[in-house]
Ligand binder design. Structure first.
Ligand code: 23J
Ligand code: MN
Length: 263
């Protein structure tokens, strides 16, 4: 099949519903859960604000529109390499400079939902990824790897989503060797369903926040707060995740989408 005929088939399948578009984004608004850093880092991302400019009233008789106050790393979002100190010197490190070819790519979905239901601090290791590959096939160069935890089911309640106690947040994520391994396979990036790409307890790992540290050092990307990964096959879906073209942005909310074959 040529690229042209394949794309023509894709168009037909999108029209017929043979290929479905799945919404992988959570709702983005004042109630969206946001990261809370330890008190020694006093500045957190502020709550999202939506301010009405007009809605068919004296300030705009025919039109409705709002302005927003929103952090780059809010809700379902993309982490660009410049987000982390390790990534700062790389080219293509910002939301406006990343080559757009990277925004559409196959995705590998590693289902850890049973493990994380039993243990909110569950960590996916390189051995866990290799066991998944033995069953589903190898992760190929340029593909996303995402960790399914069904954590999106908690996202209507910030306390439940962050799951913090006196010892800090408790949410699943990768070990450093997990990220090292997927990078060695040529992964485009790593995505999770939690507030960030790292586990709740990742501040105490070596290096601290290994997903951020290692992904961005390798000029690769992160995805956080993904929803609906339970609707995706282990392999075979195409992920569409384009950050806003924010000038020198370190990340951006995204309307993450997946193309899947209809079951
Ligand atoms: C800043 C500091 C630590 C973390 C994060 C941001 C994120 O998770 C993020 O949204 O990138 S862990
Ligand atoms: Mn982020």
């Amino acid at each position: 099949m040529t690229a042209a005929s394949t794309l023509e088939s894709l168009g037909a399948l999108l029209m017929s519903g043979g290929v479905e578009v799945v919404d992988l984004a959570g709702p983005l608004g004042p109630d969206t859960p946001l990261l809370k850093l330890p008190p020694d880092f006093a500045r957190d991302t502020p709550k999202i604000e939506v301010h009405k400019i007009s809605e068919y009233d004296k300030d705009g008789p025919f039109w409705a529109w709002n302005w927003l106050k929103i952090g780059e790393h809010s809700g379902t979002h993309f982490d660009a390499p410049h987000h982390w100190i390790t990534g700062k010197d790389y080219p293509d490190g910002y939301t406006d400079t990343i080559p757009v070819q990277n925004f559409v790519a196959p995705v590998n979905v590693i289902d850890c939902s049973a493990e994380t239901a039993a243990n909110p601090d569950f960590l996916l290791t390189s051995d866990g990824v290799k066991a998944w590959e033995a069953k589903h096939g190898a992760i190929a160069k340029g593909e996303w790897v995402v960790m399914r935890t069904d954590w999106d089911k908690r996202s209507n309640d910030e306390a439940l989503y962050l799951n913090a106690d006196a010892t800090g947040p408790h949410s699943p994520g990768p070990t450093p060797d997990c990220i090292d391994y997927i990078l060695s396979q040529g992964a485009l990036g790593w995505g999770t369903q939690c507030i960030g790409t790292d586990a709740g307890q990742a501040g105490g790992m070596t290096p601290p926040f290994p997903a951020h540290n290692l992904l961005h050092k390798a000029n690769r990307y992160g995805l956080a707060s993904l929803a609906n990964l339970d609707k995706l096959p282990a392999k075979g879906a195409i992920l569409i995740v384009a950050p806003l073209k924010l000038v020198q942005g370190t990340g951006s909310p995204i309307r993450a989408l997946a193309l899947i074959p209809r079951a």
